[in-house]
Design a protein around this ligand. Structure first.
Ligand code: ADP
Ligand code: MG
Length: 258
């Protein structure tokens, strides 16, 4: 009897958690100080993203995409508004808390991969684990190999980044982003430096990670990829001007529908 009650409660809690936004931006603004006075790169962004969503952020160069990403990764601070990511109001974190929080909650993927050139691929994947201490010292190497297997890069584990292709470096960077098993992956133009075949491989990898429950926010210039993303948010001059939800909409009961 008690067990039945407990499990019913558990189910409700899970459903509530599923409904709650994992990323919640309210009236977020950002002004850069320039010689000519403040430049408003974000003019009031409201954006809610639920756990398990795959969202593309599109818009012309200069529309504020990277600024937006930098706001909720805590790389930069908003001028106004509220940001809650993974239940944490990030405004309240100091730099040290922010670094620890980011390491556990976010995997960040860059256009130019940002692998450390003097370290092998598997060593690069181990860095976030060494920094965050989520995984024991003794299990980090095996976990890094496992993640490289996941992105089809395990055969290149002991090579240096410069000796593999851009597409392979980006897949290694995705393995690195997964190192501490963060719930959210954020990618700023992840395919911007890749040919279309390598871009497709990265996109498909993102799709399979979403299927496993990750939440992904991907800035992209690639209209073809953005056109296939389940949800696309278009920025122009620091505002969201369009939102498209194509399929795999998260229904009220938490199930996906086509
Ligand atoms: P996107 O990623 O969409 O190309 P950004 O977010 O990088 O756009 O930039 C948005 C706007 O803010 C652009 O007009 C850009 O010139 C300006 N901007 C970005 N960073 C700074 C900065 N540090 N100082 C002043 N202006 C900036
Ligand atoms: Mg940008």
């Amino acid at each position: 009897m008690f067990e039945r009650h407990a499990s019913a409660t558990q189910t409700r809690t899970d459903a509530a958690a599923l409904q709650a936004s994992i990323i919640d931006l309210h009236a977020v603004t950002k002004a850069y100080e320039t010689a000519a006075g403040p430049f408003w790169a974000l003019k009031g962004i409201d954006l809610q993203i639920k756990k398990g969503e795959f969202v593309a952020v599109v818009g012309k160069s200069g529309s504020g995409k990277s600024t937006l990403i930098n706001m909720f990764t805590g790389i930069d601070h908003p001028t106004g508004g509220d940001i809650v990511v993974a239940q944490t109001p990030i405004r309240q974190l100091d730099e040290e808390q922010m670094a620890a929080w980011r390491g556990r909650n976010l995997g960040i993927i860059f256009q130019f991969f940002q692998l450390l050139p003097a370290l092998t691929i598997v060593e690069n994947v181990m860095i976030p684990m060494d920094l965050c201490q989520v995984y024991e010292n003794g299990e980090r190497y095996q976990r890094a190999l496992h993640l490289l297997e996941l992105v089809d890069m395990v055969d290149d584990a002991h090579k240096f980044p410069s000796s593999v292709s851009g597409g392979q470096q980006q897949r290694a960077a995705i393995a690195r982003a997964l190192a501490n098993d963060p719930p959210i992956l954020v990618a700023d133009e992840p395919t911007g430096n890749l040919d279309s075949r390598a871009a497709e491989a990265v996109y498909e990898l993102f799709g399979s990670l979403v299927d496993e429950g990750k939440t992904i926010l991907m800035v992209t210039h690639d209209d073809e990829l953005a056109g296939r993303a389940p949800r696309a948010v278009t920025l122009a001059d620091g505002l969201i001007v369009d939102e498209t939800v194509r399929h795999r909409r998260l229904k009220e009961n938490g199930d996906y529908s086509e």
